[in-house]
Write a protein that binds this ligand. Structure first.
Ligand code: IPD
Length: 262
């Protein structure tokens, strides 16, 4: 795997956090049956994973800024670069012993994501991309799907915890989309939803009410795999507006029209 020094640092951090999460994930299954339940334990696992990632990344690049799900935002001496990190995307799956969750790390430079790593330790799938250098899963080059017919296509979506006000709009999206496609999945890790679009497993993904740390790395993966990503409204930046849509070349436009209700 040939990547920049920054990418190698990100991969090292993701693998280290992944090892810690896998250990905790085994424990979660035992905790399911205890009276207290695994809730507190999982948030500790989440915080520990972010601590590990922050130590690696900020230790290696102390001047960069930071945005992490657990520890929030810190400006760096270098205002042009910032790490965007979700140490455990798919927390609810993790809590329920479902092996579908990931570590997501992105590097932003002058407002653009330039390097991305998403690690799915349960399946040993490491997704990575660098701007202009393509998208990869382990050592396999990724390419979005080539499907052209909506009726053969599968899409993914998510609903934020508690709906966060976006549920009615998402239900309307589903009512328009489901009759004209092959299916819609809601697997519970936005980072993996995007990685699966990059890998050609899903033909597209959209979500309303999403955070920057859930989607920053995946957006670069999709673009580097030949797909398209935007806000749901034309000029919106998904990282700022919290709504994202993506798909392969052939289906992105018709899919986006359906989601916009056009
Ligand atoms: C959640 C997952 C889920 C998405 C939610 C996110 P978390 O992230 O990505 O798929 O639908 O909007 O909040 O909380 O597990 O890091």
């Amino acid at each position: 795997m040939q990547g920049s020094a920054n990418l190698n640092l990100m991969i090292k951090a993701a693998r280290k956090a992944g090892r810690s999460l896998v250990k905790d994930f085994r424990e979660v299954e035992n905790l399911q049956v205890s009276a207290k339940g695994p809730g507190d334990f999982v948030s500790k696992a989440d915080r520990e994973a972010e601590r590990i990632i922050k130590e690696e990344l900020m230790g290696g690049r102390p001047s960069y800024g930071w945005l992490g799900e657990e520890t929030g935002e810190t400006a760096g001496e270098d205002p042009t670069r910032r790490w965007i990190v979700d140490p455990l995307d798919g927390t609810t799956n993790f809590l329920h012993g479902l092996p579908h969750w990931s570590v997501s790390i992105a590097l932003e430079h002058k407002g653009q994501i330039v390097s991305a790593v998403i690690f799915d330790p349960a399946k040993d799938e490491l997704y990575w991309a660098e701007k202009g250098a393509g998208a990869w899963m382990n050592d396999k080059r990724l390419r979005v799907s080539g499907r052209r017919n909506m009726i053969e296509a599968i899409f993914a979506t998510g609903v934020p915890f508690g709906g966060r006000g976006t549920l009615p709009a998402t239900l309307q999206d589903l009512a328009r989309l489901m009759p004209v496609c092959a299916g819609v999945r809601r697997w519970g890790s936005a980072a993996l939803d995007l990685a699966y679009v990059a890998a050609g497993r899903y033909d597209g993904y959209w979500e309303r009410g999403i955070n920057a740390w859930d989607i920053a790395a995946g957006m670069l993966l999709v673009r580097e795999a030949g797909g398209f990503v935007s806000g749901i409204r034309e000029d919106d930046d998904p990282l700022e507006k919290g709504a994202v849509i993506c798909g392969n070349e052939g289906l992105f436009e018709p899919f986006r029209k359906i989601i916009r209700g056009e």
